[in-house]
Design a protein around this ligand. Structure first.
Ligand code: ATP
Length: 278
């Protein structure tokens, strides 16, 4: 079984005729098992589309996408892929502990299906209370979603996604609705859980700082049509505390990624009407 997520010459076209839009053209990406990889780029460059191809929610019109040696559709059917959307989507009538415990209960056959196609099979189910504690939700296990702040709801959704121990977790701007300080604190908690679970994470963000703090590798995308224009290895040591955000080494990586984003902008000033990358 392959230990990479491999995307080769991927093309995705929406619509047809005059309304045709080439969302991705010739995208090549390799992600090693266990890596934390972020995707950054201007609005509309195809970040979510790329995530949806990996998730098997959409199919490439050309090229290949494989998730640890199998098609995304097979990986998805075998519960190898988890998704954390922009909004948490918790069940309002279940408390935090029941919300995060539910997926494992409703998918009792997931391990068997994963084993069949050679996916990673967890030795033991993770202790959800321990994960909630790590996410700073130790005092909220019996609260209902309506009693939680937005940040707490998003942390609950993250614990729920890690709890089923997917081979790869796809996260589409999960912190976009949070204020900066909540965001920085949740980043630390996410890294703690990722470190414990050793899950491969593909993370879409508009924040350069967030991408540098979290990632082993940052993929910079450009639009017109969507493609990957740079891949930057973030060689900063881990663990990455909030204090590291102020160091010259950290700023060096932020500057490198901003330079790549600006270069992509200069190549496509018309296709990039508004870069929201900060
Ligand atoms: N179902 C669809 N039908 C038609 N066009 C689509 C569809 N989904 C996405 N697109 C177009 O494909 C392009 C890429 O969209 P995508 O959502 O992947 O971009 P993005 O980089 O994630 O954007 P944002 O940062 O704003 O979330 C955009 O121009 C978008 O309008």
């Amino acid at each position: 079984m392959s230990d990479t997520i491999a995307i080769s010459k991927a093309v995705k076209i929406y619509g047809s005729g005059a309304g045709q839009h080439v969302a991705l053209n010739g995208v090549d990406v390799t992600i090693e098992r266990g890596q934390f990889v972020s995707i950054i780029g201007p609005s509309g460059c195809g970040k979510s589309t790329l995530l949806r191809l990996i998730a098997g929610l959409e199919q490439a019109d050309d090229g290949d996408v494989s998730v640890f040696g199998v098609t995304p559709e097979r990986a998805c059917a075998a519960k190898m892929i988890g998704l954390v959307p922009q909004t948490p989507a918790l069940l309002p009538w279940l408390d935090v502990l029941k919300n995060v415990s539910l997926p494992a209960k409703v998918n009792p056959g997931a391990d068997r299906r994963r084993q069949k196609i050679g996916g990673h099979v967890a030795k033991a189910a993770p202790d959800m209370r321990d994960l909630l504690q790590k996410a700073g939700l130790g005092d909220a296990v019996h609260k209902l979603p309506a009693q939680l702040s937005g940040g707490m709801q998003q942390r609950t959704a993250i614990v729920r996604a890690f709890g089923v121990q997917p081979d790869v977790l796809l996260m589409d701007e999960p912190f976009s609705a949070l204020d900066e300080f909540t965001r920085e604190s949740i980043q630390g908690q996410l890294l703690d859980i990722w470190d414990q679970m050793n899950t491969t994470v593909v993370f879409v963000t508009h924040s350069v700082t967030e991408a540098v703090r979290l990632s082993d590798k940052v993929l910079v995308m450009s639009s017109g049509p969507g493609r990957v224009t740079a891949s930057v290895d973030i060689t900063l040591p881990r663990p990455r505390s909030e204090a590291m955000l102020k160091t010259p080494e950290f700023h060096h990586f932020e500057d490198t990624i901003r330079d790549h984003l600006q270069a992509a902008w200069r190549e496509n000033p018309v296709s990039n009407p508004a870069s929201s990358a900060a």
